[in-house]
Design a protein around this ligand. Structure first.
Ligand code: SF4
Ligand code: SF4
Length: 393
């Protein structure tokens, strides 16, 4: 009879519990959760098996498990669990653990996994942008809060776009993109089972499944509808499908606007006919699109924040990763609005200081993207393509 050697990793269990799976030891393997899950396939269902792997510390099994990525964190399983073991939280914690270790430098993944890492995450861009401020204050004759010749407050006097903001953000963005794509390729390899896989039927290339996935799940977020409203927490929470779609489309609009403005700025230097000059007039289509994106972002963010606050911890809780991303986007929005308000009120020191904080938070969003819940979007897409390609869609 064949024997399998199990290698429990108790440190992994402790980390998983700290990352949000703290109730997993309560599980007594009744499988109610696997029956309750609206997404779980009849063939080899989840999340019961993941609960046993987690409590036994089978890190290897969980890291290679495609099913943790099929879960949409709706909480229906937690709602019906007779032991209060919160399987939905364990699945989310397992995903966080996988992408925490997926990319180098892994210290950032460690800092991102708990509030203790927040001071380090903040300190890096805080020092970077303070250095820029200091250098540019020397260029401005020792003035930390300079004014333009006509007396206006112009943030570009210190944080000059062409030489500070654009190069720093371009390097940061493309660096994060490189890391995240490497991570996605690593995840693909990690998910591949050992040995030879026998595929029955026509084998489609990965981009065929990507096309299918984008139409089905990303543009319409159909799977959120399958999950319905999530657990009966005792309090009505905003609809997840709508809030996620608002956030997703607001990011698309804002990314498009940024690309048009940046492209118009830089390409306009060699082809003046397409130059874009900011600030744009209020009724310019690009400006209108930017405002629409900002409103959608605020509404989606508000709905998700209310939902997190109203979650009943008996069924489902929020991890540091959940709050990190929500909190960071709120900080970016608030510092953006406050910096502009102080500029218009003509208070130079608070305007410059809050604009500096705004740059720190925006840098955090881009630079730590591969380890945050935004990066999760790329890893989940990778895993879902894998699942479809290998017949577990
Ligand atoms: S998590 Fe809860 S519902 Fe699922 S197997 Fe364990 S005890 Fe049963
Ligand atoms: S959270 Fe929802 S999708 Fe995930 S395992 Fe539980 S019931 Fe299934």
């Amino acid at each position: 009879m064949a024997q399998t050697k199990l290698q429990p990793d108790m440190e992994f269990v402790r980390e998983l519990q700290a990352a949000g799976g703290d109730s997993l030891k309560k599980c007594f393997q009744c499988a109610t959760c696997s029956v309750a899950c609206p997404m779980s396939p009849a063939n080899n269902p989840y999340p019961r098996k993941e609960m046993v792997w987690a409590s036994w510390g089978l890190k290897d099994k969980l890291e290679k498990d495609i099913d943790i990525w099929l879960c949409h964190n709706c909480g229906n399983c937690a709602d019906l669990c007779p032991r209060g073991a919160r399987p939905a939280d364990m699945m989310a914690a397992a995903r966080n653990m996988v992408y925490k270790d997926l990319m180098k430098p892994s210290i950032i993944g460690k800092w991102m996994s708990s509030a203790k890492g927040l001071p380090f995450l903040f300190a890096i861009p805080a020092v970077l942008w303070l250095f820029v401020w200091w250098i540019m204050s020397l260029v401005n004759g020792g003035q930390w809060f300079p004014r333009a010749e006509d007396g206006r407050i112009v943030f570009g006097q210190i944080f000059y776009g062409d030489y500070t903001i654009d190069p720093i953000f371009m390097i940061t963005f493309f660096g994060a993109l490189f890391i995240i794509l490497k991570g996605a390729m690593k995840l693909w390899q990690q998910l591949k089972p050992e040995g030879t896989l026998l595929l029955i039927g026509k084998d489609q290339p990965w981009y065929y499944h990507l096309y299918d996935l984008v139409l089905d799940e990303i543009l319409l977020h159909k799977k959120f509808a399958d999950c319905k409203s999530g657990p009966a927490t005792g309090v009505k929470t905003p609809q997840r499908q709508l809030s996620h779609m608002l956030l997703f489309y607001s990011f698309c609009i804002l990314a498009f606007v940024t690309a048009v403005v940046a492209g118009g700025h830089w390409l306009g230097k060699i082809w003046p006919a397409i130059a874009v000059h900011t600030p744009l007039p209020f009724f310019n289509p690009i400006k209108l699109a930017a405002n629409l994106g900002a409103v959608m972002l605020l509404v989606g963010l508000g709905m998700l924040t209310v939902r997190r606050i109203r979650l009943n911890p008996k069924y489902q809780s929020s991890s540091f990763q959940d709050w990190y991303l929500l909190g960071l986007i709120w900080c970016i929005g608030l510092t953006g609005v406050l910096a502009q308000s102080f500029r218009l009120m003509d208070f130079a020191p608070p305007a410059f200081f809050i604009y500096y904080l705004h740059l720190v938070f925006v840098w955090m969003l881009f630079a730590y993207l591969p380890w945050s819940k935004l990066g999760h979007l790329v890893y989940r897409t990778t895993a879902l393509i894998f699942a479809r390609k290998y017949g577990r869609g």
